[in-house]
Design a protein around this ligand. Structure first.
Ligand code: GTP
Ligand code: MG
Length: 210
């Protein structure tokens, strides 16, 4: 007889189909030498500084403080690897477009991210985050163009959906789907976890292909 707790998903802290048995921080990489290249597939989180990358990652895993989040943009400055179920990595990348960091730091971001994007071959899915409240920035559009032109498997996650009324969210999503017309755009909130299952479905789909 199945355990009744299983019917309510109580074994799974995220409440999603993907059962997280382990999630651990493995390494921060500041340059190519320190990338992980053990062949396990990677799910990469990319987007403007402060858009909610680390929060999305924590929410997907049901682990509140695993990736550090902050009100201060520019919190994540290295490429951070988290090993999930001993099977695949979540990779939290530094945010782009934060005007207040120094020029040299900005160009360092550019170099590091560009190298990772074009050089890392084990990425099963690129998750591009945009703020659901705002029009995608120039850098958001450049990154999206790059993903399309290079035919990288990716999704766009529109974060902080809890900050919009449902009418406004519908309007904003329609605008994003029009602008980023070749990408799948999914709304998400790490405050109420709405959209988490849909994001997991895409991650699982991409992992199955590896
Ligand atoms: P960097 O590491 O600086 O690039 O930022 P990040 O993209 O990792 O953003 P982070 O997850 O640290 O979130 C930035 C701020 O936005 C924090 O104060 C979060 O609590 C807040 N935040 C993130 N996601 C959401 C969301 O879905 N809803 C709300 N209301 N706030 C959010
Ligand atoms: Mg971060």
């Amino acid at each position: 007889m199945p355990d009744v707790r299983a019917w309510y998903g109580l074994f799974d802290p995220t409440g999603t189909k993907m059962k997280i048995t382990s999630a651990e921080f493995v390494r921060s990489a500041f340059d190519r030498k320190h990338w992980i290249t053990d062949g396990r597939p990677e799910i990469a989180f990319l987007g403007r500084s402060n858009v909610g990358k680390s929060s999305l990652l924590n929410s997907l895993l049901g682990r509140r403080g695993l990736a550090r989040t902050s009100n201060t943009p520019g919190r994540t400055q290295s490429i951070n690897y988290f090993l999930i179920n001993d099977e695949f990595y979540f990779v939290d990348l530094p945010g782009y477009g934060y005007a207040k960091v120094s020029k040299s730091m900005r160009s360092e971001w550019g170099t590091m991210a560009r190298e990772y994007l074009s050089g890392q071959t084990a990425v099963a899915l690129m998750v591009q985050l945009v703020d659901s409240r705002h029009e995608p920035t120039e850098l958001d559009r450049q990154l999206n163009d790059w993903l399309i032109v290079n035919q990288r498997d990716h999704i766009v996650v529109a974060t902080k959906s809890d900050k919009l009324s449902s009418n406004m969210l519908t309007t904003q999503l329609a605008a994003k789907r029009k602008l980023l017309s070749e990408s799948k755009v999914l709304p998400f909130s790490s405050s109420n976890a709405k959209g988490r299952d849909e994001v997991w479905t895409e991650i699982e789909r991409a992992l199955k292909k590896t």
